[in-house]
Design a protein around this ligand. Sequence first.
Ligand code: FEO
Length: 404
Amino acid sequence: MKAVEIKNGIYWVGAIDWAVRDFHGYTTPRGTTYNNYLIMDDEITLLDTVKYDFSDIAIKNLQSIVDPAKIKNIVINHIENDHVTSLDAIMALAPNATIYITEKGRKGLDRFYDLSKWTIRTVKTGDTLKIGKRTLLFLETPMLHWPDSMMTYIPEEKMLISQDGFGQHIASAVRFDDEFVDCQSMSELEDAVIDYYANILMPFGQLIKAKLSEVQKLGLDIEVIAPDHGIIWRKDPKKILQMYLDMANGKTRLRVSIIYDTMWASTEKMSTPMMQGIKDEGVECKVIKLRATPMSVAIKEFWNSRGCLIGTPTLNNIMFPTVAEFLTHLRGLRPKNRMAGAFGSYGWGGGAVKEAYEELNKMGLELYEPGLQILYKPSLEDEAKCYDFGREFARKVKIYHEKF
Ligand code: FEO
């Protein structure tokens, strides 16, 4: 896709990755984009670069607007591989450019490249760079989501270049939120935002709240938010800011996700009456079998629900491996403000449900105890217990949900 002018003299010169389905372990069914931005001003400035295998495409887009040798400044907002691994290709064409980056970014970049050959200036929150008619204001955003991360605000354009923040993994022929909603839907865009937040930003809710409050105190007027992945927010940037604030504050749907795996279908059979009990209590329910679901989708469904029931058979006295994997992954994301319980079948001896609770407890989630265990195969009487377990869990989740 060719360069797109997103404001007078400011161009998207990135690349679209239609085919990526595994983004360092996250499932990306919609693909993604690597966005970078060119500002044509007295000092021609490039903000961010793209993943190395898309450097030719991005450079071609850049060259359609300007000879890269004329670039005076390159801002690196984030040093993760998908944003800096074509920097050497760009610098080969723009050897006189000065790179602007945070101190932590510089230290990290030093592991990728020999920096002695380039001019580097480190910046911190509040530093500015006048590039002609426009000014760049740098805002460090450490741990959102890497230590090096920062954003760049252009006051004259009321535009925030937000690196990974407010991004989504969406490959699309359109660049803006209003265009995307016209050709697809707002709910799909929201789903992509939630997917991205749940899998990447879930651990950083408190930092997000603090940073949003800092932006508010600085009085930044934001009309356009241009992330480094996906769709640019120009129609309603307040919507994405509010979505982030809501998620950081623990808001989610009154819903229960049943996330389970099964050996000989006994744990699976427990989930059906449980789902019925949840539904009869008036709570929405989503049932996810881990062996049939990508990890990042299961994480998103967890995040999208106030309550979660973990189902695991006992195998060799411990949890089923896919369930253990899911809970380990979830623990790393430091979930908050969710209620959780566990259930499962066992044969000779139990152990998995107890272990699942130990994991859920380590995460500091609101526990619903005791769990429910069934020997071998649920009888009709056991199915009635599963129904009651699901219904009572949903009732507790409804009460818990009122806190938020
Ligand atoms: Fe898109 Fe943190 O990289």
